[in-house]
Design a protein around this ligand. Sequence first.
Ligand code: GRF
Length: 193
Amino acid sequence: KRVAVLISGRGSNMSALIEAAKAPDYPAEIVGVLSNKAAAGGLAVAQAEGIATASLAQSRFPSREMFEDTMTQVLESWEAEIVCLAGFMRILGEDFVNHWAGRMINIHPSLLPAYRGLDTHARALADGATVHGCSVHFVTPGLDEGPVILQAQVPVLAGDTPETLSARVLVEEHRIYPQALAMLCRGEVSLLV
Ligand code: GRF
């Protein structure tokens, strides 16, 4: 399957997907990386891998709908069949989400449904959670509400800070995101609408 990745920053999950896709039996090819930030570090990484890249600033568009329609045009110019959100820090509108329904997944740094939204590691620590982790889920119009495909747990350790905890979770993100994408590409999981 032809897969596009949407990023806003360093793109370490994007890199994990690119590396996984190098295996000859991996069922996806990363055909493009789109960022809403021109300065996203992940863009240079993708370019160095010979992958098509684009950046679109939402502020340059008169409306969110026009920004998102242009994103879909870019993704379709790459003939992308599946979209992976990987640290894409914009909430997506209903039209865009519905256009890609069942074909768009996200990595979120919590054990959903716990800690939707931002600052998940600090919130888990503030609650005294003993277990934390990450989830790959289908993207649906409600923020971080779509059905979960895979999760991984990590322990919360004494003395953890949001930084140490996020580093432990990130290792698991890089492991389960390629697994979940492969499951979707192989038709082992689908979104029932
Ligand atoms: C990851 O923790 C991801 O779960 C979250 O944003 C972070 C992005 O990191 N949504 P990276 O750009 O993939 O390195």
